[in-house]
Design a protein around this ligand. Structure first.
Ligand code: DC
Length: 228
């Protein structure tokens, strides 16, 4: 049984995590949500009051951090200096801080080896922004998952309602557009489609249709029956 690596990149709110998680379960891989890893650093920077755009201030915090990823019932949980922060990293403030700190090269290199190590030892479905381009450039399957900003804002709004932290559509859309802009315009590992990635646009697809389309790509590209 050899290792298969499935890299899924795309903008926020494209449904990467739900789809990647379902695909990992269907394929018998572990799911690695790299956004959650970056969010753990974003949370720390928010809590310690540092300016998330100040490269030196953020870099100075890194040696104080112990970022750990654990699996409980096949679910990824994030620990910051021994404390479970899995729920806290989803706060809207953390999203904004994370978008800034993830543009800092020192943060990206600090997390690079941790992500690669997971894919060395397990078959993975890994999602993020630079998985196909930087973290796993040799991944067997690369998918660039996207949807229109409006569709993503609508889905995100429903998700926030479900979580009991509702936000108006216009505000959600504005935040998504701001994050898109920052994620694609930063100089360190900007969000971009790898040349050999397959584009999957889920604007008009429901969850099951998106999952079927994703698994079809994996089957076509990954020779998945042999690999797993
Ligand atoms: O996927 P997400 O929304 O949880 O990601 C949170 C932030 O982290 C987002 O602004 C982009 C950043 N990120 C990144 O720069 N590289 C990754 N591989 C994953 C996330």
């Amino acid at each position: 049984m050899s290792i298969i690596r499935i890299a899924i990149d795309g903008p926020s709110g494209a449904g990467k995590s739900t789809l990647a998680q379902a695909a990992a379960a269907a394929l018998g891989c572990i799911y690695v949500d790299t956004g959650a890893i970056y969010r753990t650093i974003g949370l720390h920077i928010w809590k310690c009051g540092a300016d998330p755009a100040n490269t030196e201030a953020v870099a100075a915090e890194l040696p104080r951090l112990q970022v750990e990823l654990r699996y409980e019932n096949s679910r990824q949980r994030m620990f910051l200096n021994g404390r479970d922060v899995t729920e806290e990293i989803r706060l809207p403030e953390v999203s904004q801080y994370t978008s800034s700190v993830s543009a800092i090269p020192a943060v990206r290199s600090y997390l690079l080896e941790m992500q690669r190590e997971l894919a060395r030892t397990h078959s993975v479905v890994m999602d993020g922004r630079d998985i196909g381009t930087v973290v796993l450039p040799d991944a067997e399957v690369k998918i660039f998952l996207t949807a229109s900003a409006q569709a993503r804002a609508h889905r995100r709004m429903l998700e926030l309602e479900r979580r009991g932290t509702p936000q108006p559509y216009e505000e959600v859309l504005r935040e998504i557009e701001e994050r898109d802009w920052r994620d694609t315009h930063r100089s360190a590992a900007p969000l971009q489609q790898a040349a050999d990635a397959v584009l999957l646009d889920t604007t008009t697809l429901n969850f099951q249709e998106s999952l079927d389309a994703l698994l079809k790509i994996v089957q076509e590209r990954g020779n998945v029956h042999e690999a797993i």
